[in-house]
Design a protein. Structure first.
Length: 184
């Protein structure tokens, strides 16, 4: 993983959070945002955020434990020191993320996109901007917040269903076309 000489990422993508102390030897529980969750353990360079600053994170060991993950940080050998890391986000640089197929996207790529619909009578309408996504089990959900130029001030929850609700994604233009009733 990262060493103290590694530069901090200019484009961090949060891949998990250190949540709680595990055991008496300084291990920490991890809430992984990767899919599958143990992909978290495969990144070469990680960083943690404390007080708004990204710093290198040296993970000495890690493993699946029950339904989650635990990690051992270099130089952290007791619960008191481990507790200092509890609640910290863990990120990697976007360059560390594996390449996806052309029709696949990382959540961070979808966040910030303007969401449009084509309305039969009113033309192309801006619903808002993707603020974040939620995992629901059945499918991911886009949380669309109103923005400048949007048709109203309502938050909308759109299922992320490519080909059904999400018709087109243009990352370069920063836009998404959806099949969604603007009154809903």
């Amino acid at each position: 993983m990262a060493t103290p000489s590694d530069p901090v990422p200019t484009d961090p993508v949060v891949i998990g959070r250190l949540t709680a102390v595990y055991g008496v030897k300084g291990w920490l529980k991890v809430h992984s945002f990767t899919e599958p969750m143990d992909n978290f353990l495969g990144y070469r360079q990680c960083f943690f955020q404390r007080q708004g600053q990204w710093q290198p994170l040296a993970i000495e060991a890690g493993r699946v434990h029950g339904k989650g993950l635990v990690v051992k940080l270099r130089g952290v050998d007791d619960p008191e020191t481990a507790r200092l890391y509890s609640g910290c986000d863990v990120a990697v640089s976007t360059s560390e993320l594996p390449a996806l197929d052309d029709d696949e996207f990382y959540w961070h790529e979808l966040e910030g996109l303007q969401v449009f619909v084509d309305h039969a009578e009113r033309g192309r309408l801006l619903l808002g901007r993707v603020d974040h996504l939620m995992e629901t089990g059945a499918n991911d959900v886009l949380v669309v917040q109103p923005c400048e130029g949007s048709i109203d001030q309502r938050e909308r929850l759109l299922p992320y269903l490519p080909g059904q609700v999400v018709l087109e994604i243009d990352l370069e233009a920063g836009e998404m076309l959806a099949d969604w009733d603007p009154e809903f």
